[in-house]
Every structure is written in structure tokens, then in C-alpha cells.
Design a protein around this ligand. Structure first.
Ligand code: SAM
Length: 257
């Protein structure tokens, strides 16, 4: 195994089994969906970077009979899709979700395939602005996008937070810049809002933090893995210290002609 593959395995181990792979909550998913307004019958939906798919299941439950076909739930990592398959079957939603392994940068769909493209905490992988532009052709006329993005909420973040994210996510910017990117990519802004602080903890940081002691023990002899575990703890501490300085923000837009 290459060093890169080994580090990736450690990353997967840290993240394994969490209900979500990033901040989010069902209330926010539903609020963003409401911003899309009236949606056509026979609705077609793509969830990009769905991970274990908590938001996919909320969409499936909420849209229910309006769905024209199962929600295409795409992720690079098969393990998350297996988790989604099990949890959606347990919730009686298996028929409404079609998991698909693939790369968001090379989506295997024809232009105009979807009324709605969803992506919670995953657009950053391509780049926030780049993702909006790349996915636009896949939307039908009048189709919507809804994306969450890690965003600065204050003009002058505390120095420690600024330093941390300069390392961890240098592309992070503010709400106004993200709204401008959405418009520049050919969308009318339907709305945006910041996720509540609980969306960071209930299904993400709290279960992640609970795993860290066992991971420290497992990797006691492995310096690289220990660094990874320490990085997760630092990220969580940053959130504890500076919850008002940055947040996950939902951005919702409609494709313009
Ligand atoms: N939306 C999920 C959630 O909120 O729980 C997952 C968010 S997680 C921060 C980002 C997801 O993107 C992961 O599930 C990861 O496997 C997936 N991912 C990473 N690179 C990808 C790629 N190139 N194509 C598709 N999915 C990718």
C-alpha cells in the first residue's frame, strides 16, 4: 500500500460509521428544499457526494410521491453507499434512493437530466464556483441547486481560526462572495441561511469526538495516524472556540435561461 493509500485508510477509519460525514440536519435540508418553491411532478433529483446520505433520506421522505424516479445518490466511496443502502432500507426508503459510485467531476448523466441537484458539504471538493458551473448543464430549464459550504460569517475572523482555515481550507470565503459565484455561474439566488450550531454536533462532531479515545489507543504506535486523530480533535476545538466566526451555509439557486 502506498503512503497516500495508507493515510486515506486511516482517514476512512476515523470517519467510519458516523451518521453524517459533515455538518447538517434534517430541518436545514427541509428549509432549503422549501426555498426551491413549487417543484414539478415526476421530479428528478441528484445528490452529489451523498456520503451516508442522511440528507438523501430526508429528501426522499419529504418529496415522496413527487419523485419521478429514485434519487440518484452519488459518492466516490462505496462504503458510504453501503451504509446508505442499509439505513434507507431500514427506514423503508430503499425504493426511493438509487446509490451510485462515481466521481462528481465526471458525472455520468445526460444534459437536462435533473430538476434538482443537491450537495451538502461536498461541492468544495471541485471548488464551490466550479461545481455550480459544471453541474448547470445537467439541470432542466428552471431547475434548482442547493449546496452547503463552509463560509466565514464575520469580516475579521479571530486570528487562530483564520490561521487554522488558511491551512485546512484556504478557499474558504464569505457569504457575499459565494452568492456572487452562484449568480456568476448562471443561477438566480433563491435564498441562503446558516445552519444551526447543533447541526455541527448532533450527527457529526459529537459522534466523531466519542470515537477519538479508541482511535488514539488503536494508533498509539503510528505517528502519522496519531497526527490525523489530533487534527480531528483540533478541528472540533476550533468549532468550540469560534462558533460565531464561521458556519455551514446553505445556498439555493435556480438555473436562469
Ligand atoms: N453529503 C454528505 C453528508 O453531508 O454527510 C457527505 C459530505 S462529506 C464532507 C463529502 C463527501 O464527498 C464524502 O462522502 C466523500 O466520499 C465524497 N467525495 C469526495 N470526493 C468525491 C468525488 N470526487 N466524487 C464524488 N464524491 C466524492
Amino acid at each position: 500500500m502506498t503512503d497516500e493509500a495508507r493515510l486515506f485508510e486511516i482517514f476512512l477509519d476515523i470517519q467510519r460509521g458516523l451518521p453524517r460525514q459533515g455538518p447538517g440536519c434534517a430541518e436545514a435540508t427541509r428549509e432549503a428544499l422549501a426555498l426551491c418553491g413549487e417543484l414539478p411532478d415526476g421530479l428528478t433529483v441528484l445528490d452529489v457526494g451523498c456520503g451516508p446520505g442522511m440528507q438523501t433520506m430526508t429528501l426522499a421522505e419529504t418529496l415522496d410521491a413527487a419523485l419521478g424516479r429514485p434519487i440518484a445518490a452519488l459518492d466516490m466511496h462505496g462504503e458510504y453507499l453501503t451504509q446508505l443502502q442499509a439505513s434507507s432500507a431500514a427506514r423503508g426508503l430503499g425504493e426511493r434512493i438509487a446509490p451510485l459510485q462515481g466521481d462528481m467531476a465526471a458525472l455520468p448523466f445526460a444534459d437536462g437530466s435533473f430538476d434538482l441537484i443537491w450537495s451538502e458539504g461536498a461541492a468544495y471538493i471541485m471548488g464551490f464556483a466550479e461545481a455550480f458551473a459544471a453541474w448547470r448543464p445537467l439541470l432542466r430549464a428552471g431547475g434548482c441547486v442547493a449546496v452547503t459550504e463552509l463560509t466565514w460569517l464575520v469580516a475579521e475572523p479571530p486570528e487562530e481560526a483564520a490561521r487554522f482555515f488558511a491551512e485546512e481550507y484556504p478557499a474558504m470565503t464569505d457569504v457575499a462572495t459565494n452568492l456572487a459565484s452562484l449568480q456568476a455561474a448562471g443561477y438566480e439566488v433563491l435564498g441562503h441561511f446558516t445552519l444551526p450550531d447543533a447541526a455541527w454536533w448532533t450527527d457529526y462532531y459529537s459522534p466523531l469526538e466519542a470515537k477519538l479515545p479508541a482511535l488514539r489507543a488503536r494508533y498509539a504506535e503510528d505517528a502519522a495516524a496519531r497526527d490525523f486523530v489530533a487534527a480531528s480533535q483540533r478541528e472540533i476545538e476550533m468549532r468550540r472556540r469560534y462558533p460565531d466566526s464561521y458556519g455551514y451555509v446553505f445556498f439555493v439557486g435556480r438555473k436562469t435561461d
